[in-house]
Design a protein around this ligand. Structure first.
Ligand SMILES: Cc1ncc(COP(=O)(O)O)c(C=O)c1O
Length: 407
């Protein structure tokens, strides 16, 4: 698919761009860039307020994209789709909403495999409310270990208000069996709310919120080929209806009086102020592109690439690879370390060769502590990567070993 992405036509510092950092953010196809340009060139206007044709067109476009997002994740109603900036904002919004009606005896559950976006908001809420904070562990394969959690902490699960959990780990690539996890947790505590951090799943796998049975789901447009600054919170209609808005201001009201204000219906109640209109337009174009490629094909493609990459990486001496060995339950992310080399040095050497990977804790410090490592290097794949990119990665890793005289 590289031909659809203009960035790959350029040489970067005279080198071919080998982009292996899509778990951080994805590249954008020409159709997405064109949709943003078209908006600014032909119908740029604020939404929900103008009564002239280009404002009406922009407003209609936003409504259409909301429907497309709802269809993409199989939400019952487009009103359940709230446009936010990113996954982080979506999760913080839910933490805020929950903060109003969490009772003293109710706890919060998350896990060691979470990105800080799905950990720190809950930790801070628990601290603020003096609530029980249960952090479930992972098993030896990198999956959420719900069975041990249930065995050891059934009572705490029974009295929890919310369980916030990642669908796919941004470090291990683990695809948690999230439908089963939600089912089991709700069997123990039917009142528990479940939020799924889908930042790494919606861009890569078929996600069906009705089938999963989650209450909230959060994801970012920029990881699925849309622009930066647009994200989505899905929430069940009755829950969103019964919660209090987070931000007050324009476009979220029904009527404002000196004494009081009544709020607009969903989804506007949670979308105060001017939205990222260009971002929403880009999300619509990205979804159209994902639909035309087929999300199942993307999952198969990611899977084929990690199988190819892992097969080659495992043959290199002194390399430690993290995450599940069952490759059919793993997404397109490979985190690794090379004995005796700091991950930043790996990323630096590869970067000089035009190969972009990430190094550090990947916003998952509790997970790195759990793995007993301070940091790791991470290569992540998407639909525009191919076997040649993997070959470059392997060449880069061998070069690192060469430079650090480990061969
Ligand atoms: C699993 C996971 N959750 C949340 C986030 C946060 O996404 P954003 O920075 O777009 O809010 C990321 C980003 O890498 C992620 O991988």
């Amino acid at each position: 698919m590289k031909k659809d992405f203009p960035i790959f036509k350029n040489k970067i510092n005279g080198k071919k761009l080998i982009y292996l950092d899509s778990a951080a953010t994805s590249q954008k196809p020409q159709v997405v860039i064109d949709a943003i340009l078209e908006f600014y060139k032909t119908y740029n206007a604020n939404v929900k307020r103008g009564l002239y044709p280009i404002a009406e067109k922009a407003t209609e476009k936003i409504g259409k994209v909301r429907q497309e997002v709802a269809k993409f994740i199989n939400a019952i109603n487009p009103e359940e789709i709230i446009f936010v900036r990113n996954t982080t904002e979506a999760i913080n919004l839910v933490a805020y909403l929950v903060s109003h009606n969490i009772k003293r005896e109710e706890g919060i559950i998350t896990s060691t495999m979470e990105h800080h976006s799905n950990f720190v908001p809950w930790q801070q809420l628990a601290l603020k409310k003096n609530a029980d904070f249960l952090v479930l562990d992972i098993d030896e394969n990198g999956f959420l270990d719900l069975d041990s959690g249930i065995k050891n902490y059934e009572l705490r699960i029974k009295s929890a208000k919310i369980f916030a959990v990642a669908h796919v780990s941004n470090v291990l690539g683990t695809i948690n069996p999230i439908k089963d996890i939600i089912k089991k947790v709700k069997e123990i505590n039917p009142n528990i709310l479940v939020l799924v951090d889908a930042a790494q799943s919606v861009p890569h796998l078929k996600v069906d919120v009705q089938d999963l049975g989650c209450d909230f789901l959060a994801f970012s447009g920029h990881k699925m080929m849309a622009g930066t600054g647009i994200g989505v919170l899905y929430g069940k209609k009755h829950l969103l209806n019964n919660m209090q808005p987070f931000m007050f201001g324009g476009e979220m009201i029904r009527e404002v009086n000196i004494e009081n204000t009544t709020f607009a219906d969903l989804p506007h109640k949670y979308e105060a102020g001017t939205p990222d209109i260009a971002g929403i337009v880009s999300l619509g174009a990205a979804i159209e592109y994902l639909n035309s490629t087929g999300i199942e094909n993307i999952q198969k493609h990611d899977n084929r690439l990690i199988k190819y990459a892992l097969q080659k990486m495992e043959k290199i001496e002194g390399i430690n690879i993290y995450g599940p060995r069952d490759l059919d339950r793993r997404s397109g992310v490979i985190s690794f370390n090379i004995n005796g080399v700091h991950p930043h040095d790996i990323a630096q050497v590869l970067g000089n060769m035009g190969i972009c990977i990430r190094a550090g804790h990947h916003c998952a410090m509790p997970l790195h502590k759990r793995l007993g490592i301070p940091a790791s290097a991470r290569a992540s794949f998407y639909l525009y990567n191919d076997e040649e990119d993997v070959d470059y990665l392997i060449k880069g890793i061998k070069e690192v070993k060469n430079i650090f005289s480990l061969i």
